[in-house]
Design a protein around this ligand. Sequence first.
Ligand code: SAH
Length: 353
Amino acid sequence: MSDRPLEIKDFAPRELRERFAELGLPRYRADQVATWVYRHGIEDPERMSDLPATLRARLGRDFRLRALEMVASRRAGDGTELLLLRAGDGALVETVVIPEERRTTLCVSTQVGCPLRCSFCATGALGFTRNLRTAEIVDQVLRARENLPEGRTLTNVVFMGMGEPLLNLPAVLEAIRILTDPRGLAFAPRRITVSTAGVVPRIGELLERTRVNLAVSLHATRDEVRDELVPLNRRFPLEVLLRTLEEHPEVGRRRPVFFEYTLMRGINDSDADAGRLVRILRRLPSKLNLIPMNPHPDAPYRPPEPERVEAFLARLAEARVTVTLRRPRGVDIDAACGQLALRSVRRRAAMPA
Ligand code: SAH
């Protein structure tokens, strides 16, 4: 026996069987536990009525079945909901539920803070605390699911919360296995998107080991600008990033790459930028998500005037690029892209009890 309790949600159903076998438990018991935890959302062993009492007692004693507790939640005017969750060591994690007409997307975090320090992103300003473990990524989905109003189900999961998923790839891959396993949370891989700022050496592994969508945070069309916005670009410049994507056999053979482009006034929003962007997008099967900068106190950038956004969009549409303008969601509660910085915690800390 290991000295640490086994965290059930660190293991995809198949691995959990092997762990159970190593502990002298029948493999099918692992499947029963996975069914309770993922299908029924039951984490109290005493309620797992098809398990023998001895195993229920052992689960309660030697295993952990819950990695995150809900601390608080806030709902924005547009229905977006920010959940603040606490890990066993007290670390705080934010996850965002984004209800739309025909789908409900969950935006999960992969790290506490982020080491990349992109100059426009509030999470970067927070600094980096630690990687989340698999169970802590999966539990964001379970806490969000429990908290949904009647009649809603989570349809999509995007790895676009706090942190850089490809700097925590082993935990992210295992979480994706649980999310997509029929005995796990049973999401279709095309309902899942992993976003990266461009950790070039890890992109291949994600593409080869999963069938999920890849999103790449581009934000600039020239290295001088991208070096400033995404400091990681100094290690993996644009041309290296684009060539890696272009030359990977999985890109092109299947779904397009989703490029994220945060529009910032006077920084990356000119017609010349739009022209260069078109040339980049034409190099590989891709789609573009344009996001006007969500302003926050930790960054000096602003969104362009609405007319500039329209003009930028028009240039892309003219070139027949597939582009979606993302409406900001949850801005009034700091839940929008790049605003996840545990601001709720800071505010609460500043408030008298
Ligand atoms: N580290 C990964 C995952 C985070 S995804 C990545 O960079 O892709 C969060 C997305 O929101 C990224 O595309 C990020 O660039 C974008 N973003 C960050 N700050 C933003 C802001 N203030 N306004 C709009 N988008 C922002």
